[in-house]
Structures are given as structure tokens and as C-alpha cells.
Design a protein around this ligand. Structure first.
Ligand SMILES: Nc1ncnc2c1ncn2[C@@H]1O[C@H](COP(=O)(O)OP(=O)(O)O)[C@@H](O)[C@H]1O
Ligand SMILES: [Mg+2]
Length: 297
């Protein structure tokens, strides 16, 4: 018997078996597992584990704390007479402590989305809520306070101040937010011990990116927004940076949003968003996010 025939026969037997169970069950066939192709209402031993997992995923989603919420947020840039639609009306919830990866081709609106999340850019419409508080239409001072106290940014080209040393760059990040964290511990934790008095130009690309991470963390933000953080780094250094971002989420409980061109980086995320033409084309939840050491590109 050909393999296709065998599979078909097994499917029919399963259908029959589950049909019998369905007719016996007190549920009366009112509930169907969305994953169960033989529609057994989730009572058979074959479908039970699938259904249980589906339910626990639903519960996990329900119990997650929403840190940031976008409600119908859209953005159009104006360049003289020309309007550039960068982001179409978008709904999104970002959960506390998660790693969210944003993929998508160049020009698809990734940075626009990230900049709106971080209060760098104002949306043209819709609402942005942080811990349930509406940030749309608030004063510039209120938006600056949000950026200063709650958001850390990491960019592709590090954006360090070239005439300040490593510790001065990091201190500046903290002072802006009125914090006094233990710089030594942060720098040591990021493998920068001994580099405190170096200037950015004396460091490698990977070290500069680690200083940028230290500067962002010195503010003790809840939300770390990273725009192509590995974009200008070689593979090995990029993986090290990903390890740090992973640690920031898993051990420090920060929410980490990472824009990247590298699709494999999505494997370390709790959720992956793919953007296209200014909207979220698809969103996937990773059941088992992997350790960055298992990522390659
Ligand atoms: N400041 C701006 N002024 C005008 N157009 C912009 C500006 N920023 C982004 N855009 C346009 O908005 C669209 C989305 O850009 P962006 O969010 O930077 O995409 P991505 O980060 O995915 O490459 C692009 O067409 C881009 O040219
Ligand atoms: Mg971009």
C-alpha cells in the first residue's frame, strides 16, 4: 500500500474513533479543538495534549502584563507637498519582560514603529498607552519624562559621545534619568571592566555596542528598544550582543524589542512580528525561544 493511502486510512480510522468519542461525550460536540483535524472535540487521547497546550497558551497570554499598548496607531510623514505613509493603523500589545523581535524589509516601517513606542516620534493618529496611561497628545515635557525614565535605546551605530570616556558616556545615561546605579557592576557584567577610561574610538565595534547597552541600562529602563543592534557587527560579536540582550530580559526582567534584518534572530524571541508596507503582516509566538548560542546566520 502506498504511503499516502496508509495516511488516509489512519486518518479515517481516527475520524471514526473520535466520532464515537464525540458522540459519547457529555460536551455534546459544542467545542472543537482548533488544531484537531478530525474534530474530536478534544476528548481523545491523541488530541488531549494538543488541546491542553492550546489552553495553557491562552492562559499564559491572558496572565501577561501589558506594558505598552498601541491602539490604531498610524504615521504619515510630510515632506513638503508629499505625504509618505510610513505606518498604517496598527494595534499591538507589548508584554512586560518579553523579547519581541521585529522583522521586515527595508522601508516597511520597523523604525517608525520603534520610534513611536519610545516616544521619539509622535504618531499621526491612534493612541499609545504605557502602563495604561495615554501618552498621545501629552506635552513635550511629559513625553521627554517617559523617554528619560522608562526607555533605553540602542542603535546600529552606537551613538556614543566621542569626546567622553566609557564611564562618562554611561554616567550621562544615568544622570539624564536621575539615577545612580553601580556603574562598575554594569560595566563588569558587560565585559567592559578595565575600559572605563577609554574613549569610543579606542574600542572595537562590539565594545562600543556594549557601552551603548551599558548606557541604556544605567537608566534602569523597563523597556529596551534596539534598532538593528547587530547590524554593524560581525557574526561572533553580534551573538555576544544578543546574549546580553537575552540576559537583560531573562535575568533583569526588562522588556526588549529588537529590530533586525536577520530572520534567525527571531528564534530567541517570545514573539516575532513581521512588517510589510507599514503594517504588521504576521505575528508568531515562539513556544520555545532558543538560547542565542543556538542562532546562526
Ligand atoms: N523622517 C522621515 N521623513 C520622511 N519619510 C520617512 C521618515 N522616516 C521614515 N520615512 C519613510 O517611512 C517609511 C518607513 O520607514 P522606516 O520606518 O524607517 O522603515 P524601516 O525601519 O523598516 O526600514 C519609508 O518609506 C521611509 O522612507
Ligand atoms: Mg529602520
Amino acid at each position: 500500500m502506498r504511503r499516502g493511502n496508509t495516511v488516509g486510512l489512519v486518518g479515517r480510522i481516527l475520524d471514526w474513533f473520535c466520532g464515537v468519542l464525540a458522540s459519547l461525550t457529555l460536551l455534546g460536540g459544542t467545542f472543537e479543538s482548533p488544531f484537531c483535524y478530525h474534530k474530536c472535540v478534544g476528548v481523545c487521547p491523541l488530541c488531549r495534549p494538543v488541546l491542553d497546550r492550546y489552553r495553557s497558551e491562552q492562559e499564559n497570554t491572558m496572565s501577561r502584563e501589558v506594558l505598552l499598548q498601541l491602539l490604531g496607531v498610524w504615521k504619515t510623514y510630510r515632506m513638503g507637498e508629499v505625504e509618505v505613509p510610513a505606518m498604517k493603523p496598527t494595534d499591538l500589545e507589548v508584554y512586560r519582560g518579553e523579547i519581541l523581535v521585529i522583522l521586515g524589509p527595508s522601508g516597511s516601517g520597523k523604525s517608525t514603529l520603534l520610534n513611536i513606542m519610545g516616544g521619539i516620534d509622535q504618531p499621526s493618529g491612534g493612541q499609545l498607552l504605557y502602563e495604561g496611561k495615554n501618552l498621545t497628545g501629552v506635552s513635550d515635557n511629559a513625553l521627554t519624562a517617559y523617554r528619560r525614565h522608562h526607555v533605553g535605546f540602542i542603535f546600529q551605530f552606537f551613538d556614543l559621545i566621542s569626546n567622553l570616556t566609557v564611564s562618562e558616556n554611561v554616567a550621562l545615561g544615568a544622570e539624564i534619568a536621575g539615577r545612580r546605579p553601580a556603574f562598575g557592576a554594569i560595566l563588569d557584567g558587560l565585559g567592559l571592566g578595565g575600559k572605563e577610561e577609554s574613549f569610543p574610538a579606542q574600542l572595537s565595534g562590539g565594545e562600543q555596542q556594549r557601552v551603548a547597552i551599558a548606557r541604556a541600562l544605567a537608566k534602569e529602563p523597563d523597556l529596551l528598544l534596539c534598532d538593528e543592534p547587530t547590524g554593524s557587527l560581525d557574526y561572533r560579536t553580534g551573538i555576544r550582543v544578543l546574549h546580553l540582550l537575552h540576559m537583560v530580559s531573562r535575568e533583569m526582567g526588562k522588556t526588549v524589542v529588537i529590530i533586525t534584518h536577520n530572520t534567525p534572530i527571531g528564534a530567541m524571541a517570545d514573539r516575532v512580528i513581521t512588517m510589510r508596507d507599514g503594517f504588521i503582516d504576521c505575528m508568531v509566538a515562539n513556544e520555545k525561544p532558543v538560547d542565542p548560542s543556538l542562532i546562526s546566520w
